[in-house]
Write a protein that binds this ligand. Structure first.
Ligand code: CP
Length: 311
């Protein structure tokens, strides 16, 4: 299937493109589990990671994914760059463009920055998370992980729990799941699940109501203190009591065979108790591993306008 120049959100992907990316990720997952983990399609290509916000999983898995495809990778460290001298995003991008970079992977606190960059460069731009807006490769790796354990997502039930308001993960993951035919419900503190964010998705009033709905997956979101300008719940202790996976709820989840997911990093004792991390149907590490395969599929599919790819 013909690739696009950029990957900025899930909204703009067709169902066919999503299915193509998820299928493409499968052989890449097999590849990264082999002793020789490299293949040549991006040989000679230059990938640059440009993270204005911290990241462990996304940045390192993009770097690994690019190297598995034989690309050269440069990690642009914002804190030691001319950005701290006041260089604008557009001037930074012009500079990188002059260095003939082919792919720019960007994370920024402001929604829309990856779109702005994409309009100013011939390089392929991948959104690695922008503000509250989107985190499309997280959506892809989540859908890929769910498909691995249950097959088709048509008619599957997924409950997303937590800070829907500030979560780009909730937006991208709920969007891809619904495009693939899953039913998505949301639960969290009232002010963190505003109507405009959950739209026509089902919402719940208690964790017990979520479990009674019989979801196949519970997807816990990280509480993002860094994005909350006001207090939306009394304390982290109260949050855990009402919205977290407690020991008691973990037993109910285990009895029902529900899979548990989280994009990371987890706040232990807030979104979940330690026991969730060793529960046999917790998919958190599988999500991380699949992040490499999903990002390889994206890099393989995109078509930068910087030159012809050597196949
Ligand atoms: N899930 C995710 O985006 O994690 P990082 O912030 O560690 O990249």
């Amino acid at each position: 299937m013909k690739g696009r120049k950029d990957l900025l959100d899930i909204e703009s992907l067709s169902v066919e493109e999503i299915r193509f990316l998820l299928e493409t990720a499968k052989p890449f997952k097999e590849l990264i589990r082999q002793s020789v983990k490299k293949m040549p399609p991006l040989r000679g290509r230059q990938v640059l990671t440009l993270f204005y916000e911290p990241s462990t999983r996304t940045r390192s898995s993009f770097e690994i994914a690019a190297k598995r495809l034989s690309a050269e990778v440069t990690n642009f460290t914002v804190s030691t760059s001319s950005v701290v001298k006041g260089e604008s995003i557009i001037d930074t991008i012009d500079t990188l463009q002059a260095m003939q970079v082919d792919y720019i992977i960007v994370r920024h606190a402001a929604a829309g920055v990856p779109n702005l960059i994409a309009r100013h460069t011939r390089a392929s731009v991948i959104n690695a998370g922008d503000g509250h807006h989107a985190h499309p490769t997280q959506g892809l790796l989540d859908a890929f992980t769910m498909q691995e354990v249950v097959g088709s997502l048509g008619g599957r039930r997924v409950a997303i729990i937590g800070d829907i308001q500030h979560s780009r993960v909730a937006r991208s993951t709920s969007m891809i799941l619904r495009k693939l035919g899953a039913e998505v419900g949301v639960f969290g503190p009232g002010p963190l699940i505003p109507e405009e964010r959950h739209g026509d998705m089902r919402s719940f009033r208690s964790f017990e109501e979520v479990l009674a709905w019989a979801p196949e997956f519970i997807y816990l979101l990280r509480i993002q203190m860094e994005r909350q300008k006001e207090q939306f719940f009394p304390s982290l202790h109260e949050y855990h009591r009402f919205y977290g996976v407690t020991d008691e709820r973990l037993e109910m989840i285990r009895d029902r065979g529900i899979y548990v997911m989280h994009p990371g990093p987890v706040n232990r004792g807030v979104e979940l108790v330690d026991g969730v991390m060793t529960y046999e149907r917790t998919l958190i590490n599988q999500q991380v591993e699949n992040g490499i395969a999903a990002r390889m599929a994206v890099l393989y599919w995109l078509q930068p306008e910087t030159g012809l790819r050597s196949e």
